[in-house]
Design a binder for this molecule. Structure first.
Ligand code: IMP
Ligand code: MG
Length: 173
């Protein structure tokens, strides 16, 4: 991994924005508990940072769906690799994603999880690339709206690398 990574969103900026989102979510769900669904693997880092800052009761579950593989263009296919461990019936579900690109993954997940009788279901994403949207999806909480560039770090990978960078950046060859 000799490529250089240009910082797009610094660690400090991500932390500050995560705190703001957590405050908003804690306010919106006041008196309730929230069931976070972390979409593996990309959203692991953001999910943890968000969860740590929530002041309402939190439970967590994990789901894994197919993504790009080694390509950088969405295939439009969504496949469940790992389903949730627990029922979401009657729960206030908040899906936590790293990035919304075409919207295919989240549109599919919203439809699927919506059939399992949750009390409510919303989406929180660290990043949103609206220029690339193919399928419309209602996103309640957005960390940062970013331009159409392929980003890595803070959970986001290029060929499985760079997830551990503490900031969001662009690989420059
Ligand atoms: P969507 O279904 O096209 O919205 O994309 C969903 C998934 O594509 C995300 O959860 C990421 O795993 C991946 N993805 C989309 N854009 C990027 C990017 O810029 N960098 C790394 N992964 C991305
Ligand atoms: Mg990925």
């Amino acid at each position: 991994m000799k490529d250089k990574v240009r910082v797009m969103i610094s660690e400090e900026e991500v932390n500050a924005r995560t705190r703001e989102l957590a405050e908003q979510i804690s306010k919106d769900y006041e008196g309730k508990s929230v069931h976070l669904i972390c979409i593996l693997k990309g959203s692991v880092f953001f999910s943890c940072e968000l969860a740590k800052r929530l002041t309402i009761p939190v439970t967590l579950d994990f789901m894994s769906v197919s993504s790009y593989g080694s390509e950088t263009v969405s295939s439009g296919r969504v496949r469940i690799l790992k389903d949730l461990d627990e029922s979401i019936q009657g729960r206030n579900v908040l899906i936590v994603e790293d990035i919304i690109d075409s919207g295919n993954t989240l549109a599919y997940l919203m439809d699927l999880l919506g059939t399992r009788a949750p009390e409510s279901i919303s989406i929180c994403t660290l990043l949103d690339k609206p220029d690339r949207r193919v399928t419309d999806v209602d996103v309640k909480y957005v960390g940062f709206v970013i331009p159409d560039e392929f980003v890595v770090g803070y959970g986001l990978d290029y060929d499985q690398y760079y997830r551990n960078l503490p900031y969001v950046g662009v690989v420059e060859n």
